[in-house]
Structures are given as structure tokens and as C-alpha cells.
Design a protein around this ligand. Structure first.
Ligand SMILES: CC(C)(COP(=O)(O)OP(=O)(O)OC[C@H]1O[C@@H](n2cnc3c(N)ncnc32)[C@H](O)[C@@H]1O)[C@@H](O)C(=O)NCCC(=O)NCCS
Ligand SMILES: Nc1ncnc2c1ncn2[C@@H]1O[C@H](COP(=O)(O)OP(=O)(O)OP(=O)(O)O)[C@@H](O)[C@H]1O
Length: 179
């Protein structure tokens, strides 16, 4: 049986933490940020021509300050990213796909889980990872179209609370999908 769960949500809400829970339960994990980085390295010439650099941090500064430039980068990367995702999810398996911009990428899946968290919690957690408030604010602003859909998990409190919620969801999926 093939079953694809997509984990979506804004930056720093806890998508990787949630994905890792499902990976431990035996789901194969795919991360669209990583696939994006892979495609980026395959399309260097086009990117260099468009942005004048291949430094991801510099490009991040450009695109998260200019929606038109972000659109341009997405037009270059997204078709190939989707192609890779489709190839990687062909088997009869359980997959967990982490994709902040699931809707923009038009990813097809059997179940969507949206991870949400309070803005101040997101900022606090990401500051600890070394991001500046200004960068976080800019990325959040480029993610205004990420709206809650499917099952919604609020990850504003502890990891213990998150795990409790995830165990419930996992058992619900397991029972309803019969695996
Ligand atoms: C802009 C790029 C070069 C920045 O690379 P960098 O290594 O500095 O950051 P990273 O990839 O870890 O992204 C930082 C944060 O921004 C988010 N993000 C990335 N791309 C986008 C986007 N198009 N729209 C909104 N948020 C995005 C990520 O989910 C993450 O939370 C890179 O993110 C990129 O190539 N993005 C375009 C491809 C894409 O749409 N990826 C998102 C897949 S969900
Ligand atoms: N409930 C929680 N309590 C405390 N810290 C948490 C909790 N959930 C996640 N974190 C921490 O917050 C940070 C962001 O979480 P995570 O990397 O899972 O988010 P993400 O949505 O995948 O982020 P990104 O968009 O940057 O990929 C990490 O350092 C993670 O360990």
C-alpha cells in the first residue's frame, strides 16, 4: 500500500521534528528543502545567469526581499523538484514529505498535516538556531500563503505534548488505513 503524508507549515513551526517522529515509525522521509538544494546544484548555470551568484545565503537575501525574484527562482527550481518527488514516491510504501510550501508546489498526497506555532515561539526557537529576527520576519512574510489545512498540530508548547499529539494521530492513521 502507498500512503503519502505531507507535513506543511511555516518556518520553525516544527515540521522536521514532526517528520522525524513518522520516520521512526517506518515512513520514508523526503524533504523538499533538500530536494530544492539538490536541484539548485543541478541548475547552477541558469541560477548564476539570473542572480549573479551561486551563494544560497546571498540568493536567500535577494528572494526573501523581492517576491518577483522569489517567483523567478521557483520557476527555475519547482518543475524539477516535483519531478524528483514523483520519482521518489513511486513505490508501495509509507512516505512522509516535508514541504513548507506544499500548496505552491501543488504536491499531491493522501493526508496533509499542518504544523503551526505562535509567532513569538517560532522566533525564539529559530533565534536559538542562529537566525536573525529580520531574516525570520522576511521568510514568514514570503510564507503568508501557507494556511492551515488537513490535520492541524499546534506545536507551541513542549516536545512531550507534541509527541502525545503525534502518537494519537499515528494511531488514528494506522487504524483508518489498516497498516
Ligand atoms: C532561497 C534558497 C536559495 C535559500 O537557501 P538556504 O539554504 O539559505 O535556506 P533553506 O533552503 O534552508 O530555506 C530557509 C527557509 O525558507 C523556506 N523556504 C525555502 N524556499 C521557500 C519558498 N520558495 N517560499 C517560502 N519559503 C521558502 C524553507 O522551508 C526554510 O524554512 C532556497 O531555500 C531555495 O532555493 N528555495 C527555492 C526552492 C523552494 O521553493 N524550496 C522550498 C521547498 S518547501
Ligand atoms: N515543542 C518543541 N519544544 C521546543 N523546541 C522545539 C519544539 N519543536 C521543535 N523545536 C525546536 O525548534 C526548532 C525548529 O524546529 P524544526 O526544525 O522541527 O522546524 P521546521 O519547521 O522543520 O523548521 P524549518 O522551516 O527551518 O525547516 C528546532 O531547533 C527544534 O529542535
Amino acid at each position: 500500500m502507498k500512503f503519502v503524508v505531507c507535513i506543511t507549515g511555516k518556518i520553525g513551526t516544527g515540521k522536521s521534528t514532526v517528520s522525524s517522529f513518522f520516520e521512526k515509525k517506518g515512513f520514508e522521509y523526503l524533504n523538499m528543502d533538500e530536494i530544492g538544494h539538490h536541484v539548485f546544484s543541478q541548475l547552477k548555470e541558469t541560477i548564476k545567469k539570473e542572480f549573479g551568484t551561486l551563494e544560497r545565503k546571498e540568493i536567500s537575501n535577494i528572494v526573501f526581499n523581492d517576491p518577483e525574484k522569489l517567483k523567478k527562482l521557483e520557476e527555475i527550481l519547482h518543475p524539477k523538484m516535483l519531478q524528483i518527488l514523483n520519482i521518489k514516491t513511486k513505490e508501495e510504501k509509507l512516505y512522509i514529505v516535508e514541504a513548507a510550501i506544499k500548496r505552491r508546489l501543488k504536491i499531491q498526497c493522501d493526508l496533509t498535516i499542518t504544523v503551526i506555532a505562535k509567532k513569538e515561539v517560532i522566533i525564539e526557537r529559530l533565534k536559538r538556531k542562529g537566525l536573525t529576527v529580520s531574516t525570520i520576519e522576511k521568510i514568514l512574510s514570503a510564507q503568508r500563503d501557507i494556511l492551515p489545512e488537513g490535520l492541524i498540530i499546534d506545536n507551541s508548547s513542549s516536545l512531550e505534548k507534541l509527541t502525545e499529539k503525534l502518537e494519537c494521530i499515528y494511531h488514528f492513521i494506522k487504524k483508518s488505513m489498516n497498516f
